[in-house]
Design a protein around this ligand. Sequence first.
Ligand code: ZN
Length: 65
Amino acid sequence: MAKGTSFAEKAAKAAGKRGHTCPECGQPLQTVKLVYSERSPIKDSWKFNQRFVSVCKCNEKEVYG
Ligand SMILES: [Zn+2]
């Protein structure tokens, strides 16, 4: 093992294996399931939509806010 391998490089590799890193802040993205409640104008009832979003420091306030 070469001495030159930094913690940052290891962390980047680990993040890469898991999938996604934000190009903006470099933080690993967390996949979060959001559930929206949405009122249907036709049936006059509530329905729920699920959506998966990737969250990092850039958008966590938007997502959780
Ligand atoms: Zn980010």
